[in-house]
Design a protein around this ligand. Structure first.
Ligand code: SF4
Ligand code: SF4
Length: 345
């Protein structure tokens, strides 16, 4: 495992990080042992968020007594100063520390959100003060929106930027990445598997490893998953012609209009299970229609409840035409149901 300085910050990080979402599904002891296993494999950067339920608490317990050995990053979704400060104090308690290495404004994907953060009484001024007081070493920003991320890195206020970066969303590599590098920001790659759409870890990490200043943050929920990805960083590897062809076929299959399973669109006021229903087309290809019709039945049966209110579209950072896409997936599911003789109920 190689270590490097994260942008112009003074944080020395492993070239592979640990994303803190999947551990929230695990029992505490299992989560802690996976975290410690990842640390033993050389990973020293752990990224979590106030919004990830007990993820901070598990990380805090796993690394109690070894604070100086790990780099801890977390985030707040609160845009007001009072709320952001409450989140920060909670993160400090949960992570069992008196400082956070990297504290990020979580998912700033709209102009209006950024205005709230910067407004009088907003989160920015309060967290800058917390930084002066030593509770935060560096401030960062995360965004699923490329245009917003491109704008925010120009403010000069942040030490890092975190955005979706994988071989499907390669546009980030063409503009956002070189500009963030030029400005000296640390670059964190969320969604190395494009929200689960990429099911080939080898290609996913071969692609990312080309960018020596990009820190991928895959989530791990097992020792085997840590081994698979961390093992990849123990040897030299590069993309070959076969990999390029496979990446091209993923891109062709998914295009840019696909659901990243970020779940920002939820909950639907009508109870539509948007995220699993949005993934039906890919599930059907990967599993075969016979398996996928039953696998997705519970979600697909909620789709007719959609009244096209548009609430989810406003929340989706990728501006996906969700009701239209749901309808297409529902029609496909109905077609597959008929093909395998198990009509939609
Ligand atoms: S448009 Fe449909 S799926 Fe989206 S929130 Fe409204 S009812 Fe739910
Ligand atoms: S529809 Fe949009 S907001 Fe909802 S999970 Fe998919 S990408 Fe995320």
């Amino acid at each position: 495992m190689r270590y490097y300085k994260l942008g112009n910050t003074d944080l020395t990080v492993s070239e592979l990080g640990f994303g803190g979402i999947p551990i929230l599904r695990l029992e505490s002891t299992e989560a802690e042992s996976i975290l410690r296993y990842a640390f033993d494999k050389g990973i020293n950067f752990f990224d979590t968020a106030n919004a990830y339920r007990d993820s901070e608490e598990k990380i805090g317990r796993a690394f109690a007594g070894m604070r100086d050995k790990v780099v801890l990053a977390t985030k707040t979704m609160r845009r007001d100063g009072k709320g952001a400060l409450e989140n920060l104090e909670q993160s400090l308690r949960m992570l069992r520390t008196d400082y956070i290495d990297l504290y990020q404004f979580h998912q700033v994907a709209q102009e209006s959100v950024w205005e709230e953060i910067c407004a009088h009484g907003g989160a920015l001024a309060v967290l800058q003060k917390a930084k002066e007081a030593g509770k935060i070493r560096h401030l960062g920003i995360t965004s699923h929106s490329r245009p917003m991320a491109a704008k925010l890195i120009q403010t000069g206020l942040f030490g890092t930027i975190q955005f979706p970066f994988n071989f499907i969303e390669e546009a980030a590599a063409q503009d956002l990445h070189p500009e963030a590098r030029r400005l000296g920001l640390g670059i964190l790659a969320m969604k190395p598997f494009a929200g689960g759409m990429i099911d080939n870890a080898t290609i996913a990490f071969k692609y990312l490893r080309q960018f020596s200043d990009v820190l991928p943050l895959p989530g791990f929920d097992s020792v085997a998953a840590v081994d698979e990805v961390a093992g990849f960083y123990e040897r030299e590897n590069g993309l070959n012609a076969d990999d390029e062809a496979r990446m091209a076929s993923y891109r062709q299959e998914l295009g840019q209009q696909f659901c990243r399973r970020c779940e920002y669109c939820q909950p639907c006021p009508q109870g539509v299970m948007i995220t699993p229903a949005m993934g039906y087309q890919v599930a059907a290809r990967r599993m075969s229609p016979r398996v996928s019709v039953e696998f997705s039945r519970a979600a697909m049966e909620t789709v007719p409840r959609c009244i096209e209110c548009g609430v989810c579209i406003q929340r989706c950072p990728y501006n996906l035409p969700i009701p239209e896409m749901l309808k297409k997936h529902y029609d496909l599911w109905g077609k597959h149901c008929r093909e395998v003789n198990c009509s939609p109920r």
